[in-house]
Structures are given as structure tokens and as C-alpha cells.
Design a protein. Structure first.
Ligand code: KIV
Ligand code: NA
Length: 265
């Protein structure tokens, strides 16, 4: 199988073929999602929430991100694998950002990195791109700065914030990003931004006009009980499915129905 590349993602934008991206954090899920045909797998720092149970994405470390990335890379034969630079691994300066990006690439075998922010991270993006590492931008709702905003509500609803986002997206394109994630912004703004740049936009809660879509896989398969924001389409209810399977297993063990004659040596 031929690996998806940034060049292919660029071509997809040009011919209007939407890019399908989901997060993945482990080998088993990566294998399934790759087999299903996802174009991009994102080893998101949302692992901090859905894998580790933290309230925010801030606590996850670079070492932990690399561990997740290694597992995903082993399961992905076709998908382009992008890894989030976690909070604290790139904000100090562009040298630190490059060092962290290099560690991810060398130690996990992933194909690119993602970082949050606009003009503030332009120097870091330039430096990482100059080293030959593809960089995906991330604007709109940026969960690593949750304490600056205080909520996970829709971003760039007013003129001023929208104008800043438009400036940021151009700066990221100029700095060499191969694409940009737009999280939780009005669909109309996401459409305007998508038309204004050459690189693909990947939306989450950003409407249908983006060049691609991304969701946290645990949310879209119904593993995160009670998390039903408007932008999420839940394709499975695995929480209830797994709970039911576990309850059936408990029943069978207690009743000495499992293992049966065929299930023993
Ligand atoms: O960490 C993550 O899952 C993300 C996506 C929501 C874009 O950054
Ligand atoms: Na993230």
C-alpha cells in the first residue's frame, strides 16, 4: 500500500476530495482505522483526557506522547500519522520546539507533528519545517490554553477574534504548515478561511466547508459516556456494548458457564 503524504493531502484539497482524519492512541485501534481507510491518524494530546483520565490536555508528557505514537505507527500501513506536541514541549522557544519535534520523529517513526497557535508559534513552525518535518497547525479552540479562556465554547464568534484567526492561518501557511486544524469556530468563518489558503483545513466543530474532518475516535464510537456536543456524530455506542459484554462475561463466570467443554484443554 502507498503511504498518504502531505503532497497527496494537498492534491485532495485541489480536486475537492475530503480528508478523513481520526485520532488514535494505540496499536489495536490504529490497525482498525488504517484498515478502514482513514487518510490521517492523529495521535492527539486528547490522550491525556481519554486514555489517562485527566481533565485537560496539559498534564500529558512528551515521553507519553511518544509511547502512544510508537504504538499507532506500528498499526498504520497507509495513513499519514501526525503527533501532537504536548503542552510544555514547544512554548519556551523555537529550539525547544524543534528538539521535541525531532524526538517524536526519531523515536516514534511518525510522519509529522501538530502544534497549537498562530503568530506566536510561527518561528517554531519555520524551524521544524526547515528540518524537514511536516507541521500541522491548530487554530480556534486550542485546548492547551484552556485556562486563558476558561471554557471550551465556540471561538472566533466576534469580528476581532475572526480577524485574528484569518491573520494566524495565513501566517501558518506562510511558515510552511502543510495544513491546519480548525476547532470549534463558526462554519461560515471556516469556509472563508478554507477558501483563502492553499493548504487543507481539517475541521472539528467547524462545519462542512473545511477540506477535511477530524473527531476524537473515542467520542465517535461512543466510549466517552455523556459527552455529546453538537458537533459530534456518534457512530457506535461502544460504552453500552462493552458494558453489556462485560456483564455477560461476569454472568457466565459466576454461573460456571464459561469456560465450557470446547473452551478448555
Ligand atoms: O488532541 C486532539 O484530539 C486534537 C483534535 C481534536 C484535533 O487535537
Ligand atoms: Na490536540
Amino acid at each position: 500500500v502507498k503511504r498518504v503524504t502531505t503532497h497527496i493531502l494537498q492534491e485532495m484539497k485541489q480536486r475537492g476530495e475530503k480528508i478523513a482524519m481520526l485520532t488514535a492512541y494505540d496499536y489495536s485501534m490504529a490497525t482498525i482505522l488504517d484498515d478502514a481507510g482513514l487518510d490521517v491518524l492523529l495521535v492527539g494530546d486528547s490522550a491525556s483526557n481519554v486514555m489517562a483520565g485527566h481533565e485537560t490536555t496539559l498534564p500529558i508528557t512528551l515521553d507519553q506522547m511518544i509511547y502512544h505514537a510508537q504504538s499507532v505507527v506500528r498499526g498504520a500501513n497507509r495513513a499519514f500519522v501526525v503527533v501532537d506536541l504536548p503542552f510544555g514541549s514547544y512554548q519556551s522557544d523555537s529550539k525547544e520546539a524543534l528538539k521535541s519535534a525531532i524526538r517524536i520523529m526519531k523515536e516514534s517513526g511518525a510522519h509529522g507533528v501538530k502544534l497549537e497557535g498562530g503568530t506566536e508559534v510561527v518561528e517554531s513552525v519555520q524551524r521544524i519545517v526547515a528540518a524537514g518535518i511536516p507541521v500541522l497547525g491548530h487554530l480556534g479552540l486550542t485546548p492547551q490554553s484552556i485556562y486563558k479562556f476558561g471554557t471550551y465554547s465556540v471561538r472566533a464568534k466576534d469580528e476581532e477574534e475572526a480577524a485574528k484567526l484569518k491573520t494566524d492561518v495565513l501566517a501558518l501557511q506562510e511558515a510552511g504548515c502543510f495544513g491546519v486544524v480548525l476547532e470549534k469556530i463558526p462554519a461560515k468563518l471556516a469556509g472563508e478561511v478554507t477558501q483563502s489558503i492553499q493548504i487543507p483545513t481539517i475541521g472539528i466543530g467547524a462545519g462542512p466547508h473545511c477540506d477535511g474532518q477530524v473527531l476524537v475516535v473515542n467520542d465517535m464510537i461512543g466510549l466517552t459516556k455523556g459527552f455529546r456536543p453538537r458537533f459530534l456524530r456518534q457512530y457506535l455506542d461502544l460504552y453500552e456494548g462493552i458494558k453489556g459484554a462485560a456483564q455477560n462475561y461476569i454472568r457466565d463466570v459466576k454461573a460456571v458457564d464459561f469456560p465450557n467443554e470446547k473452551e478448555q484443554y
